[in-house]
Design a protein around this ligand. Structure first.
Ligand code: ADP
Ligand code: MG
Length: 615
């Protein structure tokens, strides 16, 4: 069979995506291969298709248990015999897998890097014919990357124990040159063929909001987007607990994930989300690596993450199936402080010597700065991210808040003078909220108790909205006219530069969103492109009926819904309205096995739907 036939028969797709074909060809030719492609680009097929075509076995090193289980289930559903070996199996189960493998029952085995030094496994591999060894999430090998995993360093040792070196392929979405070089050096790849596609994910919409109240902003978004599934990322466990409680009280089907929960509870909550029993996952960054739930419609960051790398990786968990999805970051000045604290006190790298530890911290601080600039940029947000990763792009994407907003220049000199002099009169002892309340002449109990109503600047900005004052203060902090102390409840202090505004009449201009947005509503660019035809059917409810059927089948089989079909496969069914098996096979994501297993059930639903419509 040829690779194109495999693509259709097993995976149900008609054409390759960018980069896939070259990566597959190079692997099949026996050359070491590196694929650097963004999340959702389709890296898995680049080793799964060679695995099916090569004589011999393919080993896939993968960092996360949940990822292995999902991929093996998904492969099974497509008729590809595969298994996994990791700490979720007991010794007897592992021996059983190895025995099956000896009998030639699998084309692929996924294995956790920690298991590579198991004597039984090594013994088996030394006798088996290992054609290909794939390292997925290969950035885990590099200390410079996110999510460094020491056990990845052992992979090469394992390879050296094999009688014959297999072809090696490695895949990642994070690709700074440092990480790439580390992958090549540590895996000792010989003259590897490297494909690095652009990092753009067209279907993702980017926005940064700076709300006075993040909880309200979150609820507002959820109300506007009913029924959608998504992730809310928080910086701390405490924030996860609070936000989850808050959303549950507001009657959203919400679950949570962080390192403070027991493993059982984490697994259960993760499954609730994967299996669509709970629509919203509130989590720390502990959640998500290796989650390839395809129908995540939004990723909201309740706090700013520590770097653009983290942000793009986490935000990139939205819209993996190519459907339009939102990536929204709720920024607050406190986020910078929290991250600084985490960088200064992290012992993630406790095995590093002090000098290297300090080097890592310096890099982390620089990354945090770049992340903070993103939140204050008025230019195309997509351009900002892509440039960060070294991609050159147009400076207008038409699918981010900044591109869709008309900014005006506002002279904020007078506001700034009022704010700075108020802070001076308050002896630089208070946080942002108290300063704003004082400027606006609040009659709040706290302000009165502290006697702030008697200072001269009390109420001098009573006509200005809280939001605007907050924006100006953010601007002043970002441009070093003010600073925040590095403490749990940061207070605002003047800086040397403050004098220029207070005494030397320095003029300050700030960009603000104008009253007349260029485009009132966010443009559904991706939506138009992908689903224009299916819109009618979607509105008529066929899509929901198909989703219900999928959920029922998934529950029967005890697999996540996306193992049956992705959202984009269901939408393609709405587009095509197939009525025969041959037509059903045309649907993107329907291969031979899926046709046999699910064709009848889905065709029935589609049939009775079009029948009703004709009547
Ligand atoms: P990555 O590992 O790069 O993040 P995956 O391999 O998990 O991405 O693929 C993401 C999604 O894209 C999956 O649902 C997969 O089935 C789908 N996909 C992969 N290749 C193709 C293709 N050629 N045509 C259509 N969909 C594809
Ligand atoms: Mg992947």
């Amino acid at each position: 069979m040829q690779k194109n036939e495999i693509l259709k028969q097993y995976f149900g797709y008609a054409t390759f995506r960018e980069g896939q074909e070259e990566l597959i060809d190079s692997t099949l030719a026996g050359r070491d291969t590196i694929g650097i492609m963004p999340t959702g680009a389709g890296k898995s097929l680049c080793f799964q298709i060679p695995a099916l075509l090569l004589t011999g076995l393919t080993l896939v090193i993968s960092p996360l248990i949940s990822l292995m289980k999902d991929q093996v289930q998904a492969l099974g559903a497509n008729g590809v015999p595969a298994a996994y070996i990791n700490s979720s199996l007991n010794n007897n189960q592992i021996i059983k897998v190895i025995e099956n493998a000896k009998d030639g029952k699998y084309k692929m085995i996924y294995v956790a890097p920690e298991r590579l030094d198991m004597a039984e496994f090594i013994g088996f591999c030394q006798k088996a014919d290992i054609a290909l060894l794939t390292v997925d999430e290969a950035h885990c090998i590099s200390q410079w990357g996110q999510n460094f995993r020491p056990s990845y360093l052992k992979i090469r040792e394992f390879i050296d124990k094999l009688p014959k070196k297999p072809t090696i392929s490695a895949f990642t979405a994070t690709a700074t040159d440092e990480v790439k070089e580390d992958i090549i050096r540590i895996l000792k790849l010989t003259d590897p063929f490297v494909v690095s596609t652009g990092f753009d994910r067209e279907n993702l919409y980017f926005e940064v909001k700076k709300p006075a109240n993040k909880d309200e902003a979150l609820l507002y978004y959820l109300k506007k987007n009913p029924g959608k599934s998504g992730i809310v990322y928080c910086a701390t466990r405490k924030a996860v607990e609070e936000v989850c409680t808050h959303l549950t009280r507001a009657h959203y089907e919400t679950t949570r994930y962080h390192a403070g929960l027991s493993e059982d509870e984490r697994n259960k909550n993760q499954d609730d989300f994967l299996y669509d029993r709970k629509a919203i996952m509130v989590a720390t960054n502990a959640f998500g690596m290796g989650i390839d739930k395809s129908n995540v419609s939004f990723v909201i960051h309740y706090n700013m993450p520590k770097s653009i790398e983290s942000y793009y990786q986490e935000a990139g968990r939205a819209g993996r199936d190519g459907a339009p999805a939102d990536c929204i970051l709720l920024y607050g000045g406190q986020d910078v402080i929290t991250n600084q604290f985490l960088i200064d006190n992290s012992n993630d790298n406790s095995d590093l010597d002090p000098m290297n530890l300090e080097l890592v911290r310096i890099k982390d601080r620089e990354r945090l700065k770049q992340m903070t600039y993103y939140c204050h940029s008025y230019d195309c947000l997509r351009e900002y991210i892509l440039n960060y990763f070294g991609d050159n792009t147009a400076n207008y994407c038409d699918n981010c808040y900044n591109c869709n907003t008309n900014f005006e220049e506002l002279d904020i000199t007078e506001y700034a003078q009022k704010i700075l002099s108020c802070i001076k009169r308050m002896d630089e002892r208070y946080g942002i909220k108290v300063i704003i309340d004082t400027l606006r002449g609040s009659k709040g109990e706290r302000i009165l108790r502290m006697g702030l109503d008697s200072i001269k600047t009390y109420g001098i900005m009573s006509e200005v909205s809280e939001k605007r004052i907050r924006e100006v203060i953010n601007y002043l902090v970002l441009n070093d006219y003010l600073m925040l102390t590095n403490s749990e409840f940061p207070t605002v202090k003047l800086t040397l530069k403050s004098r220029d505004v207070l005494f030397n009449d320095e003029k300050l201009m700030m960009k603000v969103a104008g009253d007349q947005p260029i485009i009132k509503m966010k443009k559904e660019r991706g939506l138009k492109k992908h689903y224009a035809k299916s819109e009618g059917a979607v509105n008529d409810g066929l899509f929901n009926q198909l989703k219900e059927l999928r959920l029922r089948l998934a529950q029967d089989k005890k697999v996540p819904a996306f193992v049956i079909f992705s959202d984009s496969a269901l939408l393609d069914m709405c587009d095509r309205m197939p009525s025969t098996g041959a037509e059903f096979l045309e649907v993107s994501g329907v291969g031979k096995m899926k046709l046999e297993q699910y064709g009848k059930a889905f065709l029935e639903v589609i049939g009775s739907f079009s029948h009703r419509r004709i009547k």
